[in-house]
Design a protein around this ligand. Structure first.
Ligand code: FA5
Length: 346
């Protein structure tokens, strides 16, 4: 058997030295030392050897196998290098030619403004919260003091998710506002709170230059002891002057939202036409900017906060409309329209 092993080694080494392609080398490897190869075949006879011969042949066969494996590896490396060199010889590869022109992307104007808003409010000690876009009817309406029968439901045309129900909180909707996150944050952290919630919202409505079905809002609220509307005015003045880098005229008028009492509407002078009147401000000179007010005690209670100890205000503004003012965009539908000719301008 010793002779057989040595003969196999000799034949295999010879075949390796003659191999001129990788595929050829692989065939030789399978033939000699593969699982069903010649070495395995020879070793089948080991069981018939005497006890004295068995370890000697075992050792020799290991040596032969190791030696051949090392030889295959070295030859494979040599063949690979040769094949690569050949390829390079034929290729004309000029490393000085500049690579393909890769155009780097950039942050969407909505995200740019959102980042700025977050920075300004963070600097005033507000934390930034997020919440689900597919929301339960409870968080979007009932918990915010808008029961199913309430006429205020008509103020926000709603996309309902067919056949989907949250076991505890009823039917599911695409949230129409970021206000549900007020409740979620109250439940999670309790009072006091200083929070903003930037996020995507949805309404089932006819689109025009200032209305889209998908748009972004920023909710803000502050809950503490002895909080009043004057804190809201102060925070807003600080926020708008930092954002626009100039004084922006703000108009506060009474408004109605079931989750605040009293309720306010805040408008700012149209920065597109300088207040003269244009199609975006519907020729009034004012752009509806946000709803606000003192948080209704039913909402505080729903959030697990005692209205006798704590009070606060909340606001919700349209981030998409803010982006329009910021960049002088006169049609909201362009912002999420995905037209690169538009987006690449920012
Ligand atoms: C609300 O959504 C209230 N949740 C805001 C609020 C929060 C009031 C906290 C009180 C306390 P309203 O439906 O007015 O309110 O929407 C708020 C802002 O979202 C609007 O001022 C407007 O800027 C923007 N907005 C509303 N509908 C659309 C739309 N279809 N397209 C673009 N922006 C919209």
């Amino acid at each position: 058997m010793k002779e057989q092993l040595l003969a196999l080694k000799k034949a295999c080494l010879e075949a390796i030295s003659k191999a001129d392609r990788l595929s050829n080398l692989q065939e030789i490897e399978v033939k000699y030392i593969g699982r069903k190869g010649e070495l395995t075949n020879i070793l089948r006879g080991v069981k018939d050897l005497s006890d004295a011969e068995k370890p000697v042949i075992g050792k020799l066969s290991n040596e032969v196998k190791n030696e051949l494996e090392a030889e295959f590896k070295a030859k494979a490396h040599a063949l690979e290098t040769a094949e690569l060199n050949n390829k390079l010889k034929d290729d004309t590869f000029d490393i000085t030619v500049p690579g393909p022109d890769v155009k780097p992307g950039h942050i969407h104007p909505l995200s740019q403004v959102q980042n700025e808003v977050e920075k300004i409010f963070s600097s005033m000690g507000f934390m930034i919260m997020d919440g689900p876009e597919v929301e339960s009817e409870y968080y979007n309406f009932e918990g915010l003091n808008i029961p199913a029968w309430h006429p205020a439901r008509d103020m926000q045309d709603t996309f309902f998710i067919k056949d989907k129900k949250d076991k505890k909180h009823g039917r599911m909707v695409l949230r129409t506002q970021t206000s549900p996150v007020q409740l979620r944050t109250m439940e999670k952290y309790g009072a006091p709170l200083r929070v903003i919630v930037p996020g995507r919202t949805f309404r089932y409505e006819a689109t025009d230059v200032s209305h889209d079905t998908t748009f972004y809002q920023v909710e803000g609220f502050m809950i503490d002891k002895d909080i009043s509307i004057s804190h809201l005015k102060g925070v807003l003045a600080q926020f708008l002057s930092k954002l626009f880098g100039k004084e922006v005229t703000v108009r506060i008028r009474p408004g109605y939202f079931p989750f605040v009492e009293p309720g306010l509407e805040v408008d700012f002078s149209c920065l597109l036409c300088g207040g003269k009147g244009c199609r975006v401000c519907k020729h009034t000179g004012w752009v509806e900017f946000m709803g606000a007010g003192m948080i209704h005690e039913n909402v505080l209670k729903a959030g697990g906060i005692d209205p006798k100890k704590w009070q606060g205000w909340a606001f919700g503004f349209g981030l998409t409309r803010l982006v329009m003012m910021r960049h002088g965009i006169d049609d909201i539908r362009l912002i999420l329209g995905g037209d690169l000719r538009f987006i690449n301008q920012f």
